[in-house]
Design a protein around this ligand. Sequence first.
Ligand code: 2NL
Length: 346
Amino acid sequence: MDLDELSSNLQALRERAVGAAASAPDTGALDELEVGVLGKKGELTAILRGIGALPAEDRPKVGGIANQVRAAVETALGTARQSLGGAELQARLAEETVDVTTPGRPIRRGSLHPIVETAREIADVFAQFGFVVYEGPEIEDDVTNFQMLNIPPDHPARDLWDTLYLDVEGRLLRTHTSPGQIRVMHQERPPIRALLPGRCFRYEAVDASHASEFFQVEGLMIDEGTSMADLKGLLDQFAHAMFGEDRPTRFRPGYYPFTEPSVAFDILCVICNGEKCPACSRTGWMTILGAGMVHPVVLRYGGIDPERFQGFAFGMGVERIANLRHHVVDLRAYMEDDLRFLGAFR
Ligand code: 2NL
């Protein structure tokens, strides 16, 4: 192989490669072309292998031509890449356009659990009368849950069958939020207006109106000269805020160890309006809460002088209030986490 032959091979390669670059269908073909011509095992390298057979003075000339060929092919590749790449980008953009006007997939929004929502509504009503929300622990001690509330050791509520005891001596799951009120009495000075919402626990045979977990809201007011009339007026306001201004109410005698006197507070049946239906056990009335004047012994346990201060307290089951407001008959529905039920309250 002589100089002429080598340089004409190089020129031929250049023409073919530049032509191929110009007519390549896509950038993939350009990549192949680059490897095939300029790569380590490419055609240019193969031709240059013949350089060794040339006289020494001819070799730089071939080297010069080879560099020109390389530069020409690289330029052709670059130009072709630019136009093909631009065209491919345009094609992708056209094909893959996002229609920003397409409606999005709806995101499922959560909502408050009906019991939490009802507890908040209850708290909102009493907040208007100056009651402040406090919280107490769910794990209580026997002294605060029972003894300080004047519940004697032989009281049926203390039976193993009614209270869930922990396997730590003297510890139990609170059966009402009243022990939280005792804690408020210890930590505050009268006048006190406290509201205690929270989860409570009982060992129960579960049915439509009994569960082993339930929510309670208790209220406590202590001041000089607080009377039963204050209690009755407040609870009437509460019932009318929750069940309508024209809903009839009544008080009747009740009993709790921690209040004296004690009352049960009823509203006219929300189902039959006094016509005596099964929902109100044919009495025409439904009990919404229990209440009374705080027993002097309980005030004293709370560190408050009953000669100077009087107080009233009330307690209600949140599930029961929610049932009456939403006409739900089985409180187990609140614990089943069934979105079809919970979604009905949104
Ligand atoms: C009910 C009745 C009631 C109280 C709770 C109370 C708390 C203290 C002192 C006196 Cl610290 N009383 N709480 C009073 C009367 C009734 O709850 O049926 N709840 C579901």
